[in-house]
Design a protein around this ligand. Structure first.
Ligand code: CP
Length: 326
């Protein structure tokens, strides 16, 4: 933006074609809705580059952040996005709440709703909890990750980061490697990337691959080299030991890295200008080497930075659909 260009505080709500009350998953969204979120995030990215990183868009509005599972990136970037939009935030975590005294989730949600939040951001270990809340309470609901089901804002920030580097998503070859079975990030990314015309290959151990994953419109590979050959984007995923109820599904960390760990040597199979992504948290030496994670092709910290602008866009659009953004 030039020095003389007018500062646009926020996108114009009248320009938006967003009508949804909730963001529960990418599966529900159309390509034009995805584009709208990404374009809106582009407008908000500039706010983070100003000396005073704040706009009055959600002044007087209340957003509750309910996190029933640990989070570093999602929770802090939602909080920062809310502060940058001048919303009032309330942070609630499952541990230390009355849930431990036997209160049900729905009763907890109804009690929190009595304080009249406009939006509720929720992360929960069980799939479908955001959908349940959306049916039971009046506030707009944003899914910040529900079990192994969806993590829509992660896929949106991933798409935003890919667009920055590749100019678009259509026709790109994207390899997603790791614990496909237990990953909500991969589900949201598959929905988003295939809707936007990218070709997706998922790769991992057979024990961590969903049955008939190809029905989601992707290619399955059981070899890292095969998955990454000619890729524009290589997205590495963590092995989610906490979701492997029946015990570990891989032999050892050393063996896993030998088979599916991304090293500089193995990255050579991807295109010369391929980017490396990871939603975090990373397990260095398990799915990715430090040389790759900290290397020139890595955009992992850019993903984190972009999360704030993307979450500002989601908060803004949902609030605008409620007729509540200024
Ligand atoms: N990517 C992601 O969801 O990270 P957190 O668990 O730290 O929020």
């Amino acid at each position: 933006m030039s020095d003389t260009a007018p500062l646009r505080e926020t996108p114009d709500a009248a320009d938006t074609a967003w009508t949804r009350k909730h963001l529960l998953g990418i599966a529900d969204l159309s390509p034009s809705e995805i584009e709208l979120i990404l374009d809106t995030a582009e407008s908000f990215r500039e706010v983070g580059e100003r000396p005073i990183k704040k706009v009055p868009t959600l002044r007087g509005k209340t957003v509750m952040n309910l996190f029933f599972e640990p989070s570093t990136r999602t929770r802090s970037s939602f909080e920062l996005a809310e502060k940058r939009l001048s919303a009032d935030s309330l942070n609630f975590s499952g541990s230390g709440s009355a849930l431990s005294k036997g209160e049900t989730l729905i009763d907890t949600a109804r009690n929190l709703e009595a304080m009249a939040p406009d939006l509720v951001v929720i992360r929960h270990q069980h799939p479908g909890v955001p959908h349940l809340l959306a049916e039971r309470i009046d506030a707009g609901i944003i899914n910040a990750g529900d079990g192994a089901h969806e993590h829509p804002t992660q896929a949106l920030l991933d798409a935003f980061t890919i667009r920055q580097h590749k100019g678009g998503l259509e026709g790109l070859e994207v390899a997603i490697v790791g614990d496909i079975e237990h990953s909500r990030v991969v589900r949201s990314n598959i929905h988003l990337l295939t809707k936007m015309g990218a070709r997706v290959t998922v790769a991992g151990l057979r024990t961590m691959m969903p049955v008939e994953v190809e029905k989601m419109g992707v290619r399955a590979a059981y070899d890292l080299g095969e998955a990454t050959r000619g890729a524009d984007v290589v997205m590495m995923l963590r092995v989610q030991l906490e979701r492997q109820a029946g015990g570990s599904l891989f032999p050892s960390v050393r063996e896993y890295f030998r088979l599916f760990g991304l090293s500089p040597e193995r990255l050579k199979r991807a295109k010369e200008d391929a980017i490396v992504m990871h939603p975090g948290p990373m397990n260095r030496g398990t799915e990715i080497s430090s040389l790759v994670a900290d290397g020139t092709r890595s955009v992992i910290l850019e993903q984190v930075a972009n999360g704030v602008a993307v979450r500002m866009a989601v908060l803004y659009l949902l609030m605008a659909a409620r007729g509540a953004a200024v």
